[in-house]
Design a protein. Structure first.
Lengths: 104, 476, 211
């Protein structure tokens, strides 16, 4: 098992944990962190799997760099919305009223 | 202008940035001018595609796939590009009158949204498609959140998590594909993906399609759509319901047809089953909805279901593909018209409940007529585009002996009639009570007539069906 | 119950996918070789930067759009009603920040310059610039940002606009973002330099407009 493959497997585990986190957690900050975990897992798979034979590959590295910037943008957007919601409602949870009827 | 493909992406990015720099008044003018040029470019592209009969390619950077990224436009892409610009242009006129200089964020966000969608329709590179998906998703979330109320923010966050999980699944699929094949170009992948591909490719296809279905709000991933589309300002709801969900549906269809065709045969019943459930559940919820915009949003959930019925029916006769393309166009126009009309009703009555439109028909005949015409398309009555779409879908289902689908399609039409007539009956039959009339404002003519134009287009597009079907034949 | 079911599903998914990853054939397409073969024409000596700004420069263009878009949303929803008072200054932090900020500026310039031939580039440089701004703010030396004026808006959008202008300009001659080999290095440096400033401002803005 090469180091690239180990990274890819770790990425799969992180991705699964992150996805479960986004689905299960209620606190918005935790969900945002879980989303970031998910993204990092996918990036690890992209980098690790492509370089599983030990040869460096610049293409996935550049893709991950792009992906990280997109994830930063998404995180900032999510944090801005969460903070505004906190300022309005005083809580970091989504109101339960019409949700949860089909959440997986 | 050498080639319309890149300009369809660059123009909205340019006017979006311009609108950010110059503020809403000049931003609106830039947006209208830019979208008009884009509409012209989209028609020019469609003419080029139909006369060529195959897909057009544009190698970004001059490298060509797989080293570089390719843009590609076939008939399906050209159709969606026309639809997007065609719906966006009247909606921007509507939005300019609706926001009246407030909401400075609308114009730049709408520009990024259009750029993202055009880029998505044109991209032939799986990773580039991920970036366009995020551009579309985040712009749409921003538009929902723009209002700034607690409800809108909660809806936007719910939408954001759904769209982020969707693109996360998609991204993991792309990572697996790159790991297995060493490329993410759709053209290069098409010959490589075969039925005896390693299990990781099956995982990738499943992850990508599931992620996109979550973004398209296919039942049971639809939970985020009604609050997001029902809670946003009317022009935003119209853009999201008419166009944004179609972008991820387009990508599902594209991937289904091209690299993943050898894998997807086995599971074609699944999207159709979910689509059927969406039609029944969405229509039922629309019938029960208390707020007007919620009713229209649930109707979107139902109408998206029709799009997923086509997957087991796709075949050499192309009837199902034509039905899908027609439904995308007809629903896009009708839903934009319906949200626009509902926006006028809410602005005039000052309320959002279905019961509050009582007796409003006498004072808003144009708007109600628009709502009714859009309803005709949703129900699938002739000569509308919706009729043509459902007719071809039933035809395709009968050819394969799928009576169950025929029943669902017909039931969906009847249920649509129930929720459309629920609003119309209120508006026409019941007398208005005096205390409600006091708070009413005069309707703005631009708002009424843009809604009407969209609704009329949704009916008349049925008469231009042959052109649309011929365009779909080109290289798809 | 739901917790357990989701956790079980996630675990099953992870195990099955890892099993699928353990036995993969070699990739059919050898992109690293293709990148290597075209490096000379890219105008850049470092392969990752070459992919990022030349071979797949279009991804990067859209990604800057995503970042600018996020900033616009942050500006639209940022709560402005709460009055901002500068944090109580910690003298140690302030002294450190005063020393660190100019060094970070220097590091950013170095990273930008290094990007052409070793790890580095506009993003890294912009991130360091933004970190310097955030550090100054946390040390109480710089105020949080209010609604941006004309100049700040231009600064935020300049990198993206220059990128778009280059893309559109090159379109007249050939394909989107098709750099002529002779000009590639200079054009990419121009894009990277303006991007560094704009990315620094955008990333700093994501923090400072919110705080």
């Amino acid at each position: 098992m090469t180091s690239g493959l180990i990274f890819a497997c770790a990425g799969v585990v992180l991705f699964a944990m992150g996805t479960a986190g986004v689905v299960l957690l209620d606190h918005l900050l935790r969900r945002i962190l879980a989303f970031n975990l998910m993204g990092s897992g996918a990036f690890l798979v992209l980098i690790g799997l492509a370089q599983r034979d030990g040869m460096p590959d610049p293409v996935p590295q550049a893709m991950v760099l792009t992906g990280i910037v997109v994830a930063v943008a998404a995180t900032a957007l999510a944090l801005a919305l969460a903070r505004r919601l906190f300022a309005l409602t005083g809580g970091y949870g989504l109101p339960q009223s019409e949700a949860k009827d089909g959440n997986d | 202008m050498t080639d319309p493909l890149p300009w369809l992406i660059l123009l909205p990015l340019l006017w979006a940035t311009g609108a950010f720099l110059l503020g809403p008044a000049r931003g609106a003018r830039l947006a209208l001018a830019g979208t008009a040029v884009q509409l012209w470019l989209a028609f020019a592209l469609a003419a080029k595609v139909s006369s060529a009969g195959t897909a057009l390619h544009h190698p970004v950077g001059g490298w060509g796939a797989p080293l570089g990224i390719d843009l590609a436009a076939d008939g399906l892409a050209a159709l969606l590009l026309i639809l997007t610009q065609f719906v966006a242009l009247p909606l921007f006129l509507y939005a300019r009158a609706y926001f009246a200089g407030k909401s400075p964020a609308f114009w730049p966000l709408a520009g990024f949204l259009l750029a993202g969608m055009n880029a998505l329709f044109l991209s032939a590179d799986l990773f580039n498609l991920y970036v366009t998906l995020e551009l579309v998703g985040l712009a749409a979330v921003g538009l929902v959140a723009m209002g700034g109320g607690a409800q809108q923010l909660a809806a936007a966050l719910r939408y954001l998590f759904a769209t982020l999980v969707g693109s996360g699944l998609y991204l993991l699929g792309v990572a697996l594909i790159y790991g297995v094949f060493g490329t993410v170009s759709i053209t290069a992948l098409t010959p490589l993906v075969t039925a005896d591909a390693p299990p990781a490719v099956w995982f990738a296809a499943g992850l990508m399609l599931a992620g996109l279905m979550a973004k398209t709000a296919l039942f049971p991933f639809h939970y985020w759509l009604p609050p997001a589309h029902g809670g946003a300002p009317a022009p935003v709801s119209a853009l999201l319901s008419a166009l944004v969900v179609k972008a991820s549906f387009y990508l599902i269809l594209r991937l289904w047809l091209h690299p993943f065709a050898p894998l997807t045969q086995v599971a074609a019943w699944l999207p159709a089953l979910l689509g059927g459930a969406a039609i029944l559940w969405g229509s039922w919820q629309a019938i029960r909805a208390e707020r007007l915009k919620e009713l229209v949003a649930w109707s979107t959930v139902a109408q998206l279901g029709y799009l997923f019925l086509i997957f087991p029916l796709l075949g050499a006769d192309r009837l199902a593909l034509h039905a899908g393309g027609m439904q995308v166009v007809a629903h896009g126009l009708a839903k934009a018209a319906m949200f626009a009309a509902v926006g006028v009703l809410i602005q005039v009555t000052g309320r959002d409940a279905v019961a509050d439109v009582a007796g409003v028909a006498a004072r808003l005949p144009v708007t109600l007529f628009a709502f009714g015409l859009a309803g005709i398309t949703l129900m699938g009555l002739p000569p509308s585009g919706g009729f043509l779409a459902k007719w071809m879908l039933i035809d395709a289902a009968l050819l394969r002996g799928r009576w169950d689908m025929v029943v669902v399609i017909l039931a969906g039409g009847l249920l649509a009639a129930v929720y459309v007539f629920r609003v119309l009956r209120q508006a026409f039959l019941l007398p208005s009570s005096g205390e409600r009339r006091r708070v009413e404002r005069r309707p703005v003519a631009t708002l009424e007539w843009t809604a009407f134009a969209l609704a009329a287009a949704s009916v008349l597009v049925g008469l231009r069906g042959m052109e649309i079907l011929r365009l779909l034949e080109a290289g798809t | 119950m739901k917790r357990f079911a989701v956790a079980l599903l996630a675990a099953l998914f992870a195990v099955a996918l890892i099993a699928a990853l353990l036995e993969l054939p070699a990739p059919a397409v050898d992109l690293p070789a293709a990148v290597g073969a075209k490096m000379a024409e890219s105008g850049i000596a470092h392969p990752v930067t070459a992919v990022l700004l030349n071979f797949r420069g279009y991804d990067t263009l859209l990604e800057i759009g995503v970042l600018l878009l996020a900033l616009i949303v942050v500006l639209a929803v940022a709560a402005r009603e709460e009055a901002k008072q500068p944090a109580v200054a910690d003298p140690v932090l302030q002294t450190l920040a005063r020393i660190a900020a100019p060094l970070m500026l220097l590091a950013a310039v170095y990273l930008l310059w290094a990007g052409a031939f070793r790890p580095g580039g506009a993003f890294q440089a912009g991130a360091v610039l933004a970190a310097a701004a955030v550090l100054l703010h946390l040390a109480g030396l710089a105020a949080a940002w209010q609604k941006p004026g004309k100049c700040l808006r231009i600064g935020l959008a300049a990198g993206f606009l220059v990128f778009l202008a280059v893309a559109a300009g090159l379109l007249v001659e050939g394909a989107l973002l098709q750099y002529p080999p002779a000009w590639a290095g200079a054009l990419i440096l121009l894009i990277e330099a303006t991007l560094t400033v704009s990315l620094g401002l955008i990333l700093a803005g994501l923090f400072l407009f919110l705080s």
